[in-house]
Design a protein around this ligand. Structure first.
Ligand SMILES: NC(=O)c1ccc[n+]([C@@H]2O[C@H](COP(=O)([O-])OP(=O)(O)OC[C@H]3O[C@@H](n4cnc5c(N)ncnc54)[C@H](OP(=O)(O)O)[C@@H]3O)[C@@H](O)[C@H]2O)c1
Length: 228
């Protein structure tokens, strides 16, 4: 699971550890999780060599993966006219290219799993279906991830690997801390279920999508809160 120091990634890692799973996580800064079955890698996922080395160490220690959750992500909330190319490239480096690279490395280890099917889960956002203004670069990078989910589901099906996504509405984390309160409220008001999404709302669907219960589901991005 990527991006486990804070927010959604940390909540998910703690949930699966509490269920008795072993979790390998990463972030640029030191871990905030203290559990005997948790392994942390301090890596910047935009550094491809460091990313590959994390998967090499995982192979050495565990020999396999049963699931990969591509959670680490960054946003840039700004009018595109005010967004320099370097910023846009940085967002794509983490939100798209690091996901692509994690999938490539993880696919080799997922094939070593004894599970009937293994899973990749990519985290997306309502900013894609809602085409939110001020979020062009962020939503375009996540849109690319949703397309990756669809195409990769076909390319990896023959290896018993399912590829799905989860589309999140606003959740209170570091990522949304800087958003004006009014903006969060207006996004919540667009949801069919008009309350803020919590970590508890996310863990169930994630667990479903990476477990054998969704063994015949692939290429889908499941949006929470009712966004249509
Ligand atoms: N919060 C929301 O409202 C919301 C809504 C829709 C979708 N999402 C998506 O949910 C996912 C998680 O978001 P969040 O809100 O939980 O964000 P967050 O609290 O900012 O967490 C991001 C995590 O990723 C790690 N990270 C950031 N850059 C990294 C890098 N270059 N290399 C390795 N790790 C890195 C961070 O740790 P370090 O800083 O130590 O690297 C942190 O653990 C993201 O993909 C986001 O787009 C969030």
């Amino acid at each position: 699971m990527t991006g486990t120091r804070t927010g959604v990634g940390r909540a998910l890692a703690e949930h699966f550890l509490a269920q008795g799973h072993t979790v390998v996580g990463c972030s640029r800064k030191p871990t905030t999780i203290d559990h005997p079955d948790y392994r942390h890698h301090e890596v910047d996922l935009t550094d491809t060599r460091a990313l590959k080395s994390m998967f090499r160490e995982t192979r050495r220690e565990f020999g396999r993966l049963d699931a990969l959750v591509n959670n680490a992500g960054t946003s840039n909330m700004n009018h595109f006219m005010m967004t320099p190319e370097s910023v846009a490239r940085d967002v794509f480096d983490l939100n798209f290219f690091a996901v692509l690279n994690c999938c490539r490395e993880a696919a080799k280890l997922l094939q070593k799993s004894p599970e009937a099917s293994t899973a990749i889960l990519n985290v997306s956002t309502v900013a894609v279906p809602w085409a939110l203004d001020g979020q062009l670069v962020y939503s375009a990078s996540k849109s690319a991830v949703e397309q990756l989910t669809r195409v990769m589901s076909k390319e990896l099906a023959g290896f018993g690997i399912r590829v799905n996504g989860i589309g999140l509405p606003p959740v209170r984390t570091v990522l949304t801390r800087t958003l004006p309160e009014g903006m969060v409220d207006s996004l919540v008001a667009r949801q069919a279920i008009k309350r803020m999404c919590t970590m508890a709302d996310i863990v169930g669907p994630v667990e479903f999508l990476i477990s054998q219960q969704s063994g015949f589901v692939t290429g889908e991005t499941l949006f929470l809160g009712g966004v249509n």
